[in-house]
Design a protein around this ligand. Structure first.
Ligand SMILES: NC(=O)c1ccc[n+]([C@@H]2O[C@H](COP(=O)([O-])OP(=O)(O)OC[C@H]3O[C@@H](n4cnc5c(N)ncnc54)[C@H](OP(=O)(O)O)[C@@H]3O)[C@@H](O)[C@H]2O)c1
Length: 167
C-alpha cells in the first residue's frame, strides 16, 4: 500500500477538521493518482470532504469504531484486522492511505511509497503526522521541481520505505 498526503514545513496536515489550504494542481494530482484505486481514510476525514461525500470512481474504505456507522459509497471497517482482511481482495499497489492524522500514523509502516506534497510554509496545523524524513527506513526517491499554485510554493516528493511491515 501507499500513502498520499499534503504537509506544511512541520508535517502539519489539517486544522479544525479541514485541510490547511487548497492547491488546485495538487487536487488534480491526487485525483489522477487515485482514480480507479482503493482509498482508505478515517471517519473524520470522510466527514471533512465536500458534502461529506466519498470519492467518486474509487473504492472508499472508512475506518470507525462506531459499529452503527454507515455511509453511501463506502465500505466501513472497525479495526486494523478488519481493514487488512478487506484489503486482501485488492492488489497492495492499488491501495492509498489518504488520511487523516490517526490513520496515516497507524498505517505508514505498512506502506511501500509515501507521496508527500510539501508546502514551504508554517500553516499552523492542529493535526500532524510523523516526520518521515527523520525515520530511518524511509528514503526520498523522487522530488519535483519547485511549483507554485494558489499563492503557495511546494514540491511533490515520493519516499520509499525500505522495511515495509507485512499485513
Ligand atoms: N493534508 C492532507 O493530505 C490530509 C489528508 C486527509 C485528512 N487531512 C486532515 O486530517 C484531519 C483529520 O485527521 P484526524 O487524525 O483528526 O482524523 P482521521 O484520522 O481522519 O479519523 C480518525 C477516526 O478514525 C477512526 N479510527 C482511528 N483508528 C481506528 C482504528 N484502529 N479502528 C477503527 N477506527 C479507527 C476513528 O473514528 P470514530 O471516532 O468514528 O470511531 C477516529 O476518530 C483533518 O484536518 C483533515 O482535513 C489532511
Amino acid at each position: 500500500m501507499n500513502f498520499m498526503v499534503v504537509v506544511d514545513q512541520n508535517y502539519g496536515i489539517g486544522k479544525n477538521n479541514k485541510l490547511l489550504t487548497h492547491l488546485t494542481d495538487d487536487l488534480k494530482y491526487f485525483r489522477q493518482t487515485t482514480l480507479g484505486k482503493v482509498v482508505v481514510m478515517g471517519r473524520r476525514t470522510l466527514e471533512s470532504l465536500p458534502g461529506g461525500k466519498a470519492f467518486d470512481n474509487r473504492v472508499n474504505i472508512v475506518m470507525t469504531r462506531d459499529l452503527s456507522f454507515n455511509h453511501e459509497g463506502a465500505i466501513i471497517v472497525h479495526s486494523l484486522e478488519d481493514l487488512f482482511s478487506t484489503l486482501a481482495a485488492y492488489p497492495s499497489d492499488d491501495v492509498f492511505i489518504v488520511g487523516g492524522g490517526q490513520i496515516y500514523n497507524m498505517l505508514y509502516p505498512y506502506c511501500r511509497y509515501g507521496y508527500i506534497t510539501k508546502i514551504h510554509e508554517d500553516l499552523t496545523a492542529d493535526t500532524k503526522i510523523d516526520v518521515i524524513d527523520e525515520l530511518p527506513n524511509w528514503e526520498l526517491v523522487w522530488q519535483s521541481e519547485e511549483k507554485e499554485n494558489n499563492g503557495h510554493t511546494f514540491v511533490w516528493t515520493r519516499y520509499e520505505n525500505m522495511m515495509v511491515k507485512a499485513y
